[in-house]
Design a protein around this ligand. Sequence first.
Ligand code: ADP
Ligand code: MG
Length: 322
Amino acid sequence: MGEFDLIRRFFQRPVRRAALGVGDDCALLAPAPGMQLAVSSDMLVEGRHFFADVDPRLLGHKSLAVNLSDLAACGARPLAFTLALSLPRADAAWTEAFAAGLLALADAHGCELVGGDTTQGPLNICITVFGEVPPGAALLRSGARAGDDVWVSGTLGDARLALEVFRGTLTLPAAAFELARRRMETPVPRVALGLALRGIATAALDVSDGLVGDLRHILEASGVGATLDADAAAARVALGTPDVDAGLDIDTLRLCALSGGDDYELAFTAPAAARAAVEAAGRAAGTPVARIGRIDAEPGLRIVDAAGAPVAQRFTSFDHFA
Ligand code: ADP
Ligand code: MG
């Protein structure tokens, strides 16, 4: 099977929203009149972002999920995406499963595959997503103001716990490991929440490298500081809730919540007066939201416990070049 057979069999599909999809030199997108295009790329590299033997269906899902997560963080509605794929060999079974996972998530979000590139080489997946957002409505990193609350969606830290099990540094009860593994392998992009937070959140981003490191981007872009409640964050770890009972100590829960990575949740800020509106946005999107801190005028990030006392632990984020 050659490059063009692979493309025709697995990636060429009729388009509805785009004016032209796979098959020509360019795709043609047709955003609604007056809308801005939100554009983002994310690359997934074997050995760095996933293990070589990962289930291709899950890899397909995750490759698009991490990109949709960026649109969610901007409050943009998904429109289309391109797929640049480097494959060690033309493996029909592998590619079919990868495409199934990828396109199921794409269809769930009405996000059309409109083009890409396919080449032989080390397994590497680069997706570029296109979304649309009304001018002035995009959620940026630069809008946080002193007095705002810091919020986070969903759960934190569970993907990191799964990674530590794979690395052999941690053991978990089977049911807890399955839950953590699902969080690592099939993250849920918070697209509906991002849309619901337009006009409410003052700043937002998606948590991919760990909450503390990612939140610093908002603080820098907004010229503010923050105080985070490590215990409110630790309470967001699904494996820390009593019904899962994974037997994790508080230091581990804080560490995973604050610097775990691979969460693909939204961290965002909103004025204290908007608390009811944020809760309503979470309900409308079917996504839990929780308040875990506040924005300060004083620069820097302070991490405290539930009683307000400073937490001594070091929380560092994942950095590919550190
Ligand atoms: P070009 O020679 O102009 O780069 P290609 O021969 O690489 O075009 O690709 C042919 C068509 O198939 C183009 O429309 C391109 O966007 C599309 N395409 C190539 N690889 C993929 C892929 N992995 N997924 C979706 N579309 C793809
Ligand atoms: Mg090409």
